[in-house]
Design a protein around this ligand. Structure first.
Ligand code: SAM
Length: 219
């Protein structure tokens, strides 16, 4: 259950800081109409992802978990003319809706959707063509596997962002069990041992409730 106070708070800030974008609104509406779950990032989070991409001048972006391509379009808006996104999705239905949304946004030429289990798709990508930014936002039990591949596919200065790492505080609650929280906890253990990165978790609250990103810089 989302607290209306935080919905209002996001709306308030967004009304000053986020310009209306018909393609992003279309992506949400079309995804909704096609029956996709409403589990995309929020507008404020999407804008943050866009700003991070612009700040680091990201040209090559890898996204794990496309859904209807809402976050992908935010990234797409940040790309230079010669930029490229590969986004990975398990469900053919989600990929089809995402492609429609990219077409509407005029971003089809810059975004490639690869369908299948994301770990397999990542394994097929060559390390010789590293990504500037990797956004991990798919099934949480696979987080450690996605991170391992993301490390192989990045270089010094690349950024890896993992979504949904706080989950209303449940990830840190010892009474909480299950593959979801375990996937996040395992990733944190891997990060603790990885001397090749620096990372922090930023918890946030808004129209999607309490959650957070882990932001990882490859050293
Ligand atoms: N990044 C999207 C956004 O913010 O607009 C939301 C992605 S949604 C949270 C997670 C997506 O990951 C779903 O579309 C789901 O089908 C996909 N997914 C789940 N397991 C997967 C897997 N093993 N490989 C690839 N995609 C997977």
């Amino acid at each position: 259950v989302i607290d209306e106070n935080w919905v209002r708070s996001d709306r308030y800030h967004n009304s000053f800081l986020i310009r209306p974008d018909v393609a992003l609104e279309h992506a949400l509406k079309n995804s909704d109409e096609k029956g996709l779950p409403q589990i995309s990032v929020s507008a404020a989070q999407g804008k943050l992802l866009q700003l991070i991409s612009q700040t680091i001048n990201a040209k090559r972006i890898l996204e794990v978990g496309t859904l209807g391509g809402y976050s992908t379009i935010w990234f797409g808006r940040a790309l230079p003319a010669d930029g490229h996104i590969i986004t990975l999705e398990l469900e053919e239905k989600h990929a089809t809706v995402a492609r429609q949304n990219f077409e509407y946004a005029g971003l089809s030429s810059k975004i490639e959707v690869r369908v299948g289990p994301a770990v397999d798709s990542m394994k097929q990508l060559p390390a010789e063509e590293p990504f500037d930014l990797v956004f991990i936002d798919a099934d949480k039990p696979s987080n450690p596997a996605y991170y391992k591949e993301a490390r192989r596919l990045t270089r010094k200065g690349s950024v890896i962002i993992v979504d949904n790492v706080v989950r209303g505080g449940r990830v840190a609650d010892p009474a909480e069990e299950g593959p979801y929280v375990d996937g996040v906890r395992e990733l944190l253990k891997v990060l603790k041992e990885d001397e090749g990165v620096e990372a922090t978790t930023i918890a946030n609250v808004g129209e999607k409730g309490f959650d957070g990103f882990t932001y990882i810089l490859v050293l």
